[in-house]
Structure formats: structure tokens, C-alpha cells
Design a binder for this molecule. Structure first.
Ligand SMILES: *Cc1c(COP(=O)(O)O)cnc(C)c1O
Length: 434
């Protein structure tokens, strides 16, 4: 049976699991976009995955472009990562005391990410951004933060304003349960629009600007020339902290992240996803001056029972060491991305389908409708129905896309062998989605 039939066959094992899941979990999932509400149908349940392939409980093999929402850059079950985690598990899964591997990982992060001198491990990107903002507010004795419509910084209260993909997909601009007072300090600006940032600063009391230096949670939106530099200048002029949320872009758009790729140095950086090699961990870091304010060096409290967990640290170390040993990987990913981009762009043209492919390195989005997307208001104009048809057409041909038009798709080292198949599949899916 083909993948498509299985997605829609009531007898499939995935459907059976999903029916059980919705009884006991909100939407049947542990993170909203996984419920496939934006594309229709129900999610395939994963049995296992290796390299570029994901195998469902129905026995289907799909080439995976979700890549754990960007957490994977090598491939599924990469041998170096699996071995490291196995060995770590045998030594014990959690201690609540320091380990030598944590030091090695911290040293590696400091050596790779230009702006980070001191780093703290946490468990999720959500914690990293919430903690970074706390440090910024403590350092400046101000409360306001500037965030960009369409940028996602995890689900902590202060960020749940125009928060991009997951929230946008559900059509909820905000979340109930977030007190108005909590988001009153959050000023919205428009991505790639420095004047909107100046207006936010003019209101006064801004502690920090937080930005995805390449937006990935409204689909991929690259920073316009001068935008990141402009943010740096505005923050310096107003005495505010510049926070790069590189949870998605870190070790992804360049080994040293967007700050290396674009040559702009933030004060604080949030990392997640790739930093933990596909396990649950994240980090935030920055200058000595700022990070020494964190407890117990300073008074800014932030802690974690499982922070620096040995399994996650082992996976992160194995992944980052692979990236260090294979510096050529970034050129290769760039080439894979370029190949895909040109094939899919050509398909849009051939089939007379309005839209564009936006890509930075190994992250890309096919936008149906607009021919250029620079900010959330432009991203929001996409043709959602056409995207849903595109998604299902690709799925039927064995390629799994993120089930929302406002997501980035990710290339991994393991896609090298299948890149032409992916390109042809997406090109055909564009034709079918017309
Ligand atoms: C994924 C993501 C987060 C949230 O990370 P979680 O680990 O899901 O909490 C924050 N910021 C950006 C830019 C992300 O892509």
C-alpha cells in the first residue's frame, strides 16, 4: 500500500494509535503542529528512523524533511550519536552533579559560537529564551522586550504574541492563560523593518531585542541586507541587549550560526535543536559580563534538575564533534539546498504556480502565492489550501514535509544520497498542487 493510502486508510495502524492518542492527550500529540490540522488527515506514527528515512508503524518509508523540526543535521540514528548515547546510558542517565562531558560540550560551544564566552545548559529552547530575557532585564534594569511578528521563541508567556508557525497554524494570535500584564512589556516590531524597531524603542524602557536572525518559524525569511547590523546599532544606541534566538539557526546556517554567517555579534545567544544532536537540551550564553550575573556567580536565578543531562550532552558532543571534523559539510549542505531550490523554483515557473522558494543554507520554505516574503504580514498571505495539496502530493510520493505552510524544511547530511529524488518529488508535487 502506498504512503498516501495509509494516511487515509482507517485500518492503518497509525490511525489506530491516533484514535487512542486523542483520548488521552490534547489533540493526540505532545506538540500542536504534529496533529496535522493545517494539512488535514492524521499524523503517521513513527516506528523508527535511519539516515534520511523515517519508517512508520505501517511499514512505510518516507524521506524526512522535518528532521525533528531542525534538531537533526546529520541524519536519523547517526552511528556516532547512537554510540555516544548508549555508552552514556550505561554510565547512568542522570546525576544532578557535574560531569566532565558537560565541560567539554561547553568548551566546544564557546569555541564555535563567536559571541559566547560563558554558557549555561537548559532543557529546551523555551527555557533558553526565557532565561536570556531574564538576564537582559537584570543587566539593564528595564522591562520591555521587542519581538518580531512571526518569530517564535518558545512558549513562555512573554513571547506568545504573533508567535509564528504553531500558533499561526491554529489561527490563534494569542493564547488564553497569558496575563495581559505579562505581555504588556512585549513590543511588536516587523521583521526586516528597522523603522518599526525604532518606534518600539521610542516608547522607552526596552531591555532587549530578541530575534531569529534568520526567521524560520513563519517559513524561512532571511534578514534583509543591513537588518541585523541595524538591530545591533539600535541596541547599542539605546543601551539594550541584542538576543539572537539561534535555537533553529545555530550550527545550521553556518557552524557558528547566523552570527557567523552574517558577521553580526549579539550580546546573548539562545541555542537548542542541533546543539543536543536530537535529544532534549538547549543552552544560552554570551559575554562574561552578562553570563556572570547568572546564579551562582550572580543573582539572576535559573536552574534545572536535568540540565546538562548526560544523555543529551553525549548526543550534543557527538554531533558537534562531527561538525568540527567535517567542516566541508556546510558547503555540501549549501549545494544540496541550491539544487533543491533551483529545481522547485523551476517547477513553480513551469506549472505557472505563483510562489517562491526561500532558503538559507540547509533550511528552506516553499511559499505558495507571494513572490517574496520579508515579514509575517507577507507570509500570512500564502495559499494554505495549495500548500495542503502540495503536502499530500509529496507524501503520496514518499517525501514527508512539515505539515504547515509556515515551517522551514531541513536538509541533513544523510539527504546527500537522495537529494535528486527529493527535488523531483517536490517538483512533481508542485505540479499536482496547481
Ligand atoms: C524550536 C524553537 C524554539 C523553542 O525550542 P523548544 O525546545 O521547542 O522549546 C525557540 N526558538 C526558536 C527560534 C525555535 O526554532
Amino acid at each position: 500500500m502506498s504512503a498516501a493510502q495509509l494516511l487515509h486508510d482507517e485500518r492503518s495502524e497509525s490511525k489506530g494509535w491516533f484514535r487512542r492518542a486523542v483520548e488521552v492527550m490534547p489533540g493526540g500529540v505532545n506538540s500542536p503542529v504534529r496533529a496535522f490540522k493545517a494539512v488535514g488527515g492524521t499524523p503517521p506514527f513513527v516506528a523508527s528512523a535511519t539516515g534520511p528515512y523515517l519508517t512508520t508503524v505501517d511499514g512505510d518509508d518516507l524521506i524526512d524533511l522535518i528532521a525533528s523540526w531542525g534538531a537533526l543535521i546529520l541524519g536519523h540514528a547517526h552511528p556516532a550519536v547512537v554510540t555516544a548515547v548508549e555508552e552514556a546510558a550505561r554510565r547512568g542517565t542522570s546525576f544532578g552533579l557535574p560531569t566532565s562531558q558537560e565541560v567539554e560540550l561547553a568548551e566546544l560551544i564557546v569555541s564555535l559560537v563567536p559571541s559566547i564566552e560563558v554558557v549555561r545548559m537548559v532543557n529546551s529552547g523555551t527555557e533558553a529564551t526565557a532565561s536570556a530575557v531574564r538576564v537582559a532585564r537584570a543587566a539593564t534594569a528595564k522591562s520591555g522586550i521587542v519581538k518580531f511578528a512571526g518569530c517564535y521563541h518558545g512558549h513562555a508567556d512573554p513571547f506568545l504574541v504573533r508567535a509564528g508557525s504553531g500558533v499561526a497554524t491554529l489561527g490563534e494570535p494569542d493564547s488564553p492563560g497569558v496575563p495581559a500584564a505579562t505581555v504588556a512589556d512585549t513590543r511588536l516590531a516587523r521583521f526586516n523593518d528597522l523603522e518599526s524597531v525604532e518606534r518600539a524603542f521610542a516608547g522607552g524602557d526596552i531591555a532587549a531585542v530578541i530575534v531569529e536572525p534568520v526567521a524560520g518559524n513563519m517559513g524561512v525569511v532571511p534578514p534583509a541586507s543591513g537588518f541585523l547590523n541595524g538591530l545591533r546599532e539600535l541596541c547599542d544606541r539605546w543601551g539594550a541587549i541584542l538576543i539572537f534566538d539561534e535555537v533553529m539557526t545555530g550550527f545550521r546556517v553556518a557552524r557558528g550560526g547566523a552570527q557567523e554567517r552574517y558577521g553580526v555579534t549579539p550580546d546573548l545567544t539562545c541555542l537548542g535543536k542541533v546543539v543536543a544532536g536530537g535529544t532534549p537540551a538547549a543552552a544560552y550564553g554570551g559575554s562574561e559580563d552578562l553570563m556572570r550575573r547568572v546564579a551562582p556567580d550572580g543573582p539572576v536565578y535559573q536552574a534545572g534538575t536535568l540540565a546538562g543531562n548526560p544523555l543529551a550532552v553525549a548526543a550534543g558532543l557527538a554531533c558537534l564533534r562531527h561538525l568540527v571534523e567535517h567542516p566541508e559539510l556546510y558547503d555540501e549542505l549549501e549545494a544540496l539546498g541550491a539544487r533543491l531550490e533551483s529545481r522547485v523554483s523551476a517547477a513553480l515557473e513551469e506549472h505557472g504556480v505563483a510562489g517562491c522558494v526561500q532558503r538559507v543554507g540547509a533550511m528552506f520554505t516553499v511559499f505558495f502565492g507571494p513572490d517574496l516574503v520579508r515579514s509575517w504580514d507577507e507570509a500570512a498571505t500564502v495559499d494554505r489550501d495549495r500548500f495542503a495539496r502540495f503536502f499530500h502530493a509529496a507524501y503520496r510520493r514518499g517525501v514527508l514535509l512539515a505539515p504547515s505552510p509556515f515551517e522551514s524544511l531541513f536538509l541533513m547530511e544523510a539527504h546527500t544520497a537522495v537529494i535528486d529524488e527529493v527535488a523531483e518529488t517536490l517538483a512533481a508535487a508542485v505540479g499536482e498542487a496547481r
